[in-house]
Design a protein. Structure first.
Lengths: 310, 432
């Protein structure tokens, strides 16, 4: 495994399977009464979150604590530029305190890659702008693998604001690596630039028509749509978005009973996902959250403790 | 302007790469060409070197006043001289902005004090570059600085009414508006990566070529309507080239420049999120680069201009979208153009002189620069070693800044000497 986890592209298929195997063991730990493992005792993990986050930050924090690492959270809103300090100075300052890993969330795409060039510690990308969110993709693929047995040949449909989604970018890479057939769905205004060339070379499909593919889905992944996108002219109203791209009650009825429904959260119930779909028996949304801790334990373990048995 | 200078004999130079002769320079002018008798003259051995008229840069950011930690008029003048330039146009987006006669004269005077190149101020089109009210264009034109080129560079004059008035107004004194073509509704301040597959993959805010092209298209129509002269700064797309070609065929008074970086560097360099390659307009795909090269060779694009944009190191050490736009260019421009256009056989040295000296001087209204290599002309001269193979080292730059996208690249020609009014500013590639 590479030193850092900055992008899904840093991982091989073998790496992903290794991470899943360890995650499954970690998942069992979650169900124990005493959840602490000694693996990262004496190691320091700093969660540097330059952008708001509740679930990802607490997930990493819990993961670190259950592995006995000392975890500290540092939050700072806004770009370092607006504070007058360069990003390099900010991270060098923190890194100089003697940390083993920095878990970085930043509003700017590529920030984690830049950070990794400046410091010696392990850098884990916890979401960089609209670029990548690799641990989210790992936990999604892990959840779907547990549900479906395998991703090989399975058809995963990803729907939502693809342009602004780091979850989509990491997921499409991870899912196709594991052999899934991926179709991404969005109105043209929310399709990323150059998606035709990209999808052709990366081997996924695109469509503007959710109804064309929903019957053929083995899993659906709904992405959050931010209401402020309406002011940017990406779509006219929430109502219109829901009719075209929401997982409505009608579309839920067309899904097979074993088709998992995923959402990385936070959900806009009634916009991209109906309450009935979010709470459906086949919904995997809360499993994703619990898998998130297991996956992050696995990532921390492999990047900090090295290969070997837990 | 003629002053006493020591006689210099440039011996054995190839004039524009076309014919070999000795050139005698006396008192700031070319005194004789051929085999002059020059006893007592200082001899510059130019065997194997190409002699060009001194280069003229239509687009330089010297950062003084305001950001003297990134560059000063003196250090920028040094970089210009080392790059073979004898005149540079200093952009107005300093702090304070060059939007008054006093500010323009101060830039002129600081340039004269430095004494390495003629520093000609560009005046702002609008007060404070705000795009709303015209700056004191007429007073700048009437000042000692005799400003003729006006630009809000860094920002687009996007209001069509303001642009129309500016174009009309500069007609009174033969001025030109140099437009930074960027429709802010199509490419906002965060836009930093050519919009395409790479921006989609990297998740960087896209800067589509059309944001430039719609402004260029509008401006050439405004130039036609007003009968005025517009200049397109840093043209970067094939679509802009098409519009320029059409407009010139109609006889519209439009000129355009291209930067060295848009002639060679491509958008894929952004894949590693290195802010060294963040520039505005952004690096484009190879198809655009090819269109720009073709347009430069056939005259659709008139000039090469550096858009030399020094930045303090810490202003580039932010996340990519937060880092400053711009890259160094003065010291490497000739090497890049020689490599891309001359070595490839697409242009001769005479063509290079046209796009890096003659046309820029004409566009800027600099009567003394960009002159033919002929007896009686001002001795603004650049000697180039066309066989030099130089690996660019950012640490050897005389600029105060290090945001050098050419670091580590091999360029196939180098400036050997530069003469400003007959006085060497650079000899053997080093400041004299």
């Amino acid at each position: 495994m590479k030193k850092h986890l900055l992008s899904v592209d840093d991982l091989t298929t073998d790496d992903v399977h290794t991470l899943f195997t360890t995650a499954a063991e970690m998942h069992d730990v979650q169900r124990r009464q005493v959840k602490k493992l000694p693996a990262l005792r004496g190691r320091t993990v700093i969660n540097m979150f330059f952008e708001d986050s509740t679930r990802t930050r607490s997930s990493f924090e819990i993961a670190g604590k259950w592995l006995s690492a000392d975890t500290i959270n540092i939050t700072g809103k806004g770009s370092s530029a607006s504070k007058g300090e360069s990003l390099r100075d900010t991270v060098l300052t923190v890194a100089s305190m003697g940390v083993d890993a920095l878990v970085v969330r930043h509003g700017a795409s590529g920030a984690c890659q830049q950070v990794a060039q400046w410091i010696d510690a392990v850098v884990i990308n916890a979401g960089d702008g609209t670029h990548e969110h690799p641990t989210q993709a790992l936990l999604d693929a892990y959840t779907l693998t547990r549900r479906l047995g395998t991703l090989e040949g399975k058809h995963v449909v990803i729907v939502g604001d693809l342009t602004h989604s780091r979850v989509f970018r990491s997921n499409v890479a991870c899912l196709t690596m594991l052999g899934a057939e991926v179709t991404v769905v969005a109105p043209p205004t929310l399709m990323p630039s150059g998606v035709d060339a990209w999808s052709a070379s990366a081997g996924f499909a695109t469509t503007y028509d959710l109804d064309e593919v929903i019957d053929k889905a083995d899993a659906v992944m709904m992405l959050r749509v931010q209401r402020e996108r309406m002011s940017g002219g990406f779509f006219p109203t929430g109502r219109e978005y829901t009719v075209g791209y929401g997982l409505t009650r009608d579309r839920l009825a067309r899904l097979g009973p074993d088709v998992p429904i995923c959402h990385p959260g936070p959900m806009n119930r009634g916009l991209e996902i109906a309450a009935d779909a979010a709470d459906a028996v086949q919904s995997a949304i809360l499993e994703q959250v619990s898998a998130g801790v297991a996956i992050r334990m696995s990532v921390l373990y492999h990047l900090l403790a090295g290969e070997g048995a837990v | 302007m003629t002053e006493k200078t020591d006689p210099i004999l440039i011996k054995g130079a190839s004039l524009l790469g076309e014919r070999t002769a000795d050139v005698l320079v006396v008192d700031g002018v070319v005194a004789e060409i051929g085999t002059p008798d020059a006893a007592g003259a200082r001899v510059v051995d130019a065997d194997g070197l190409v002699l060009l008229p001194g280069l003229v840069d239509l687009h330089t950011h010297l950062r003084e006043p305001g950001r003297e930690d990134a560059e000063t008029i003196l250090t920028g003048s040094r970089a210009a001289a080392v790059g073979g330039y004898t005149a540079v146009l200093a952009m107005a987006n300093t702090n304070p902005v060059t939007d008054t006669a006093e500010a323009a004269e101060r830039v002129l005077d600081l340039g004269r004090q430095a004494g390495l190149v003629d520093v000609q101020p560009v005046g702002a089109v609008t007060k404070g570059l705000a795009g709303e009210e015209l700056a004191e264009i007429g007073l700048m034109a009437r000042s000692r600085a005799a400003v003729r080129v006006f630009s809000d560079d860094g920002r687009c004059v996007h209001n069509a009414r303001v642009m129309r008035r500016a174009l009309e107004y500069v007609k009174a004194f033969g001025g030109v508006v140099s437009q930074h073509a960027q429709d802010p509704d199509l490419a906002g301040p965060a836009s930093c990566c050519h919009e395409g597959e790479l921006s989609g993959r990297l998740g960087l805010p896209g800067w589509p070529g059309v944001a430039e092209e719609v402004i260029v298209a509008r401006d050439v129509m405004l130039a036609r309507h007003t009968g005025s002269r517009v200049h397109v700064a840093h043209a970067s797309t094939a679509g802009t080239v098409e519009v320029l070609r059409w407009a010139k065929a109609q006889g519209i008074a439009v000129t355009a420049e291209v930067t060295p970086h848009h002639l060679l560097l491509t958008t894929d360099l952004l894949a590693g999120y290195d802010p060294t390659f963040k520039v505005n307009p952004p690096l484009r795909p190879a198809e655009d680069v090819e269109a720009l090269r073709g347009a430069l060779a056939d005259g659709t694009i008139d000039a090469v201009a550096t858009d030399h944009a020094p930045h303090a190191r810490h202003d580039k050490e932010h996340a990519f979208v937060d880092a400053a736009f711009g890259m160094l260019g003065l010291e490497t421009a000739l090497g890049v153009v020689a490599t891309v256009m001359v070595e490839s056989g697409r242009m001769g040295w005479g063509d290079l002189a046209r796009v890096m000296s003659t046309r820029p001087a004409q566009i800027a209204g600099l009567a003394d620069h960009g002159r033919p290599l002929a007896v009686g002309e001002p001795a603004h001269l650049t000697l180039v070693d066309p066989a030099a193979a130089v690996v660019v080292d950012r640490d050897s730059s005389v600029s105060l800044s290090r945001n050098n996208p050419w670091h580590g690249r091999s360029l196939s020609a180098a400036v050997h000497a530069t003469l400003l009014r007959g006085v060497p500013t650079v000899l053997e590639g080093k400041l004299a």
